[in-house]
Design a protein around this ligand. Structure first.
Ligand code: DGY
Length: 440
């Protein structure tokens, strides 16, 4: 069943078409003029609502940037653009990249890729699957290599939680969850900072200059370490075991295991199931009943990060919670929703960190709500899921395909004609809570 307005669905497809640069989709013109990793995974699911070939191509173009060690970078610079900093010249990743491959950044991003691949695969009728099996199997192998990289490079102590070495790797760039950890990162940089983002959108909606100094200090540090995972791990001044990234990886691992019967083999299925179990156990240890949320862990100081952000609920995506845990998490989400006109916000209004318009410090993001909706479906909370779904669609229909939305006014913020917001509209208007597109 398709809900939502036909004209808006057409408009969503038009956004994806306008941001298509020939097989890959930019998040939005000028502000993000290259291919971004998790954006493209969401976008592939959006394309799959009407064009599975194009959806596969989106993932294939992203996988062109994959490094020989399995890492899929957070940006693939297929073509030059002058409207973004830090562009390809800043990263210095040549020695790690595949010879002849496109230029890339040196960081990674939340691994939604395998979840997207499963979505696209299951959206295809049998005949289409037969014809596209080789392409899908190539993407399955790319995802498998990347998941192995995550476990080896980002959880060397086998804790069941994967770590990020840069806040950009979480996709939630300036979330207050990183404030304390970033405050320890020096502001000195060897790369001159030439911000372009604040020329495209209101600076009040973006990270501050001092934040960028720290972001680029981290880039300089890892470039000096040759982007080698072990050396990076050793020199990292920022190392956070993130529950959002781990939950996305755990869900994607389950999705990849489900694909292994069609696209892989039994040994890989067993390996992936084991990987998924360890990630879920790692997540479960981060549940804090008193907070009604999951919390991250700052590995530099050995302390939990209790800052209230949406990330604390993303583990529902991968976990089958018991009744009392699920009730506590959903009660907390409901409290956050009661404080705003539109939700779920990235930071609760009652938090001292809340800023209604600044990027990941309060605004509502359609893809975050999409992940939370899937988590609520998984855990049988269909009413709350429907509230988030209806709220997200209404926000888009009121303010357009904005990058994010003010939770108090519903006003759109950041970039406009945003690809993943359009993809969210297309998928959420088709979402069937009984199937979820991800049967288990
Ligand atoms: C940016 O430049 O704002 C990006 O989010 C980094 O990936």
């Amino acid at each position: 069943m398709v809900t939502g307005d036909a004209a808006w669905r057409e408009a969503a497809r038009a956004v994806l078409a306008a941001n298509d640069r020939g097989g890959y989709t930019v998040p939005t013109a000028r502000l993000y003029p290259f291919q971004w990793n998790w954006d493209s995974a969401f976008v592939a699911m959006g394309f799959a609502t009407w064009d599975c070939d194009r959806a596969l191509t989106e993932l294939e173009r992203l996988a062109q940037g994959q490094w020989p060690d399995g890492m899929i970078p957070h940006i693939v610079f297929h073509r030059p653009s002058e409207t973004y900093f830090p562009g390809p010249d800043v990263w210095g990743t040549e020695s790690r990249r595949r010879a002849g491959g496109p230029a890339t950044s040196g960081l990674t991003q939340p691994p939604v890729f395998a979840t997207a691949l499963r979505f696209v695969w299951e959206a295809m009728p049998d005949s289409a699957r037969r014809e596209r099996r080789e392409r899908a199997a190539g993407l399955y192998r790319a995802a498998l290599a990347w998941h192995r990289w995550w476990i080896g490079a980002r959880d060397p102590a086998e804790t069941g939680l994967v770590a990020v070495l840069h806040n950009w790797e979480t996709g939630s760039d300036n979330s207050p969850a990183w404030d304390a950890a970033l405050a320890r990162v020096p502001t000195t940089t060897s790369t001159p900072i030439r911000r372009q983002d604040t020329g495209h959108v209101d600076a009040a909606m973006r990270p501050r200059d001092v934040d960028y100094q720290r972001y680029i200090h981290l880039v300089d540090t890892y470039r000096a370490a040759g982007w080698d995972p072990e050396r990076q791990w050793a020199v990292a001044p920022f190392k956070v075991a993130d529950v959002q990234t781990t939950a996305i990886l755990a869900r994607a691992t389950e999705d990849l295991a489900a694909l292994s019967s069609a696209l892989g083999d039994d040994r890989e299925a067993a390996e992936l199931r084991d990987m998924g179990r360890r990630l879920c156990a790692g997540l479960m240890r981060q549940w804090r009943p008193a907070l009604g949320r999951f919390v991250g862990h700052d590995l530099m100081v050995g302390r939990d990060i209790e800052t209230a952000t949406h990330a604390g609920f993303v583990p529902l995506l991968a976990l089958d919670l018991d009744e009392s845990t699920c009730a506590a998490a959903t009660a907390e989400m409901t409290r956050w929703l009661a404080e705003v006109r539109l939700g779920l916000p990235t930071v609760p209004r009652s938090s001292p960190d809340f800023e209604a318009r600044r990027y990941w410090r309060g605004p509502v993001w359609a893809v975050v709500n999409w992940l939370l909706i899937l988590g609520l479906h998984r855990n049988g909370r269909l009413d709350l899921a429907e509230r988030l779904r209806a709220g997200t669609l209404a926000a888009i229909e009121r303010a357009g395909f904005a990058e994010h939305f003010d939770p108090l006014t519903g006003e759109g913020g950041g970039g406009s004609s945003f690809s993943w917001t359009a993809a969210a509209y297309l998928v959420l208007t088709e979402l069937d809570p009984r199937r979820d597109h991800f049967p288990r």
